[in-house]
Design a protein around this ligand. Structure first.
Ligand SMILES: NC(=O)c1ccc[n+]([C@@H]2O[C@H](COP(=O)([O-])OP(=O)(O)OC[C@H]3O[C@@H](n4cnc5c(N)ncnc54)[C@H](OP(=O)(O)O)[C@@H]3O)[C@@H](O)[C@H]2O)c1
Length: 338
């Protein structure tokens, strides 16, 4: 795997990250450790977790692995914001909860610093000054190396960025949004913002939870056990999302390009994402070592321009103002200078 810069920071991350949302859930500890070893063996260094994955067990499993590694080789990313217990302040981005969450993550991960602490989502109750002032101090104190953000809208990210600039605080360097052939609304505001501000873009669910692997041939509603959708208590949520004309068109295009390119559908979907503007490192989710082998095989080659265009066409979203072509022309036209 190649390395890419984490936005404007000086740190280098692998072009694919390893997500660990399944660790301590469908993936047991021994397999999790095997996946981590395999990922690092393939040249990966970016490991993404959160303080709420499997109620903290994901971090604990990574911690037991990390204690046997050269810590400096791993770029360890976690998150804070979602509920960790049932008290009134056991969630959110207040100074109180953030400091507690970071202390607990460090304990579970058996490390004295986090490379990237991402706020997991917007907190409408806490002033941005309180959140980003706390993140600045955590960076100064050495508990975290970089600040990142997940699931913000562009105006929220930009507001946080401008606040940090005005105060001379450490700025967020990365954004982790959902982004895949299925989820392309990220391109409306977030991608242009990442390009303009040189923010690292770390897509989550790059295979739309496994849908883009093309394995749900009988339809999402008949997903077998042992798959993300088949094991879900909310199959209806996935059925709504994926049993429609656009999703069928996308997965058909992925399958067609895969057979033309002689690659697996997952590799095609990931290769498309790797080629998109602003994308730094898609965060993989895997259940088995074979899936990891297949997905890492998305790197080191490129789809042709025609194949990329076919996938982009099949996954186009219906857009209206201000994201349609007419508004785009207004933004970019320079007729005054003609
Ligand atoms: N910031 C956030 O709010 C947020 C939200 C979600 C995720 N994340 C991060 O993003 C990571 C990835 O998300 P995700 O797990 O949804 O990613 P994904 O790549 O879209 O889906 C991963 C799932 O797809 C299936 N799969 C993967 N490779 C496959 C292959 N080659 N063939 C067949 N099936 C395959 C596996 O599920 P089955 O085998 O079980 O079907 C796997 O668990 C997470 O681990 C987490 O770190 C962040």
């Amino acid at each position: 795997m190649k390395l890419r810069k984490l936005g404007r920071s000086g740190v280098l991350v692998s072009e694919l990250g390893l997500g660990t949302m399944t660790f301590g859930g469908p993936v047991d500890e021994a397999t999790s450790h095997r996946l981590l070893d395999q990922f690092v063996g393939e040249g990966g260094n970016l490991v993404d977790t959160s303080n709420v994955y499997a109620s903290g067990r994901s971090e604990e499993i990574i911690g037991r692995w990390l204690s046997r590694q050269d810590r400096s080789r791993v770029v360890l990313a976690t998150k804070a914001r979602f509920r960790t217990a049932d008290g009134a302040n056991d969630l959110g981005l207040s100074r109180k909860h953030l400091l507690h969450a970071v202390r607990e993550s460090l304990r579970r991960l058996q490390t004295d610093y986090l490379d990237l602490l991402q706020v997991h989502a917007w907190d409408p109750l806490t002033p941005l000054e309180e959140t980003f002032g706390t993140l600045h101090r955590l960076t100064e104190d050495g508990a975290i190396r970089y600040v990142g953000v997940s699931n913000y809208r562009a105006w929220q990210f930009e507001r946080a960025l401008q606040l940090c600039r005005a105060r001379g605080w450490h700025e967020p360097v990365s954004l982790q949004p959902q982004y895949s052939l299925v989820a392309r609304a990220t391109e409306f505001e977030l991608v242009p913002m990442c390009l303009a501000e040189n923010i690292a873009l770390l897509p989550w669910s790059p295979l739309a939870g496994g849908f883009l692997s093309g394995k749900y041939r009988q339809g999402v509603r008949s997903s077998p056990a042992g798959t993300r959708f088949g094991d879900s208590k909310d199959l209806e949520f996935y059925a709504k999302r994926f049993e429609n004309e656009r999703a069928a068109r996308i997965v058909d295009a992925v399958r067609n390009v895969a057979s033309e390119a002689g690659r697996a559908p997952s590799q095609v979907a990931l290769n498309w994402l790797l080629a998109r503007p602003a994308v730094t490192s898609p965060i993989l989710g895997v259940r088995t070592p074979d899936q990891l082998t297949e997905n890492v095989g998305a790197t080191g080659w490129s789809l042709t321009e025609a194949q990329l265009a076919a996938l982009s066409r099949a996954s186009e979203l219906d857009v209206t103002y201000p994201y349609d072509q007419r508004a785009e022309d207004q933004q970019t036209s320079d007729r005054r200078l003609e």
